[in-house]
Design a protein around this ligand. Structure first.
Ligand code: DAH
Length: 344
């Protein structure tokens, strides 16, 4: 019989025996039988190679190596198969790798807000909440913003059409019946003081809405953190200390805080708050407004300005988050781009 035919037969027998081996010991016996260095069948066939004529030799040699490699590979594969732990009944292979669920993560702004609440919580401030759809009274009137004040301008606010908020309301763009998407979180100050006796120490973090032209630093929806502290002898020094401590806690100790005299209808005196770093050429960055709560506001909620005083502030959440992470464009927060979001 020529060697090629014998190699064919060898291959068929070896592969059948490998497939039939029921455990590792049986497989080892098969290996010795076919590939064993001393008495293996392949060794006998190798002896025949030497008898090949010159022109047959390359052909036989090639086929010999092919068969040897194929049988070795089949042995290895079967060995891996048999070495695996037992497979459960019912055709379910419990050794298969599972499907790893991809973990989501919190939005960077959510992370920022949680950290704000945590920091302010350590200063003794509890968290209050208020609605995003507000009435004229809480967004303006109780905050000492009179009817003819430019802050009420329909061009600067998102007033709601009456159909959205129920019958009986006109899309007046103002007036005491008006409803709007709140333009500031200062609304929550009023809502808290209306139902709480002093002392008060709260923050409120949430969305505010303004029809601003959208660019890298402006959005028609953004977040503010409102703070309010009312007590028998709360002063501007408390305000400055709290804001400074807060900025240091969130952004580190090399941040500087500056207070500029300003005006808000609901505080007297009022300041605007800026921050900066020891970076040559970098301008101060405005981060919010603050002041001592105006006596008119205290009266509007039934507090006695002779008995209590307090400070309030409103900070832009995005500004802090952008500064901390070096985010260049506020629109990234709402673009839903996973490449951006997955970095936080
Ligand atoms: N509500 C102001 C704004 O949106 C920020 C602000 C200023 C809030 C002074 C305050 C405050 O509580 O006392 O621009």
């Amino acid at each position: 019989m020529d060697l090629i035919a014998q190699l064919d037969e060898f291959e068929a027998q070896a592969l059948a025996a490998i497939a039939a081996a029921a455990d590792l010991a049986a497989l080892e016996a098969v290996r010795i039988q076919f590939l064993g260095a001393k008495q293996g069948k392949l060794r006998d066939l190798q002896g025949l190679l030497g008898q090949a004529t010159k022109d047959l030799k390359p052909l036989w040699g090639k086929r010999f190596n092919e068969v040897k490699n194929r049988v070795s590979a089949a042995l290895d594969a079967r060995q891996r198969e048999l070495a695996r732990p037992a497979v459960a009944v019912g055709g379910l292979d419990v050794t298969m790798p599972g499907v790893v669920p991809r973990l989501g993560r919190r939005h960077p702004l959510t992370q920022t807000i949680l950290e704000f609440k945590d920091i302010m919580g350590r200063f003794g401030f509890t968290v209050a909440d208020g609605p995003e759809i507000e009435d004229d009274y809480h967004n303006f009137e109780a905050l000492n913003i009179p009817a003819d004040h430019p802050a009420r301008d329909p061009l600067d606010n998102f007033y709601l059409a009456s159909a959205v908020v129920g019958a009986g309301l006109k899309n007046s763009g103002g007036g005491s019946e008006a409803r709007l998407l709140r333009s500031q979180t200062s609304t929550v100050q009023i809502r808290v003081m209306e139902k709480t006796k002093p002392p008060v120490r709260i923050i409120s973090v949430g969305r505010v809405y303004r029809p601003d032209t959208i660019d890298a630093t402006h959005s028609c929806m953004f977040h503010q953190m409102e703070g309010l502290m009312i007590g028998p002898s709360v002063t501007m020094a408390h305000l400055k200390t709290v804001l400074r401590l807060f900025a240091h806690a969130y952004l580190g100790h090399d941040v500087h805080i500056r207070f500029r005299p300003s005006f808000f209808p609901f505080t007297e005196p009022s300041v605007e708050v800026d921050m900066s770093w020891n970076e040559p050429g970098k301008p101060w960055l405005e981060i919010g407004g603050a002041g001592m709560v105006d006596p008119n506001v205290l009266k509007a909620v039934g507090y006695d300005p002779d008995q209590v005083s307090g400070f309030a502030f409103g900070l832009g959440v995005e500004r802090f988050c952008m500064r901390r992470h070096g985010i260049p464009d506020i629109r990234l927060f709402t673009s839903n781009d996973v490449r951006f979001l997955s970095q936080f």
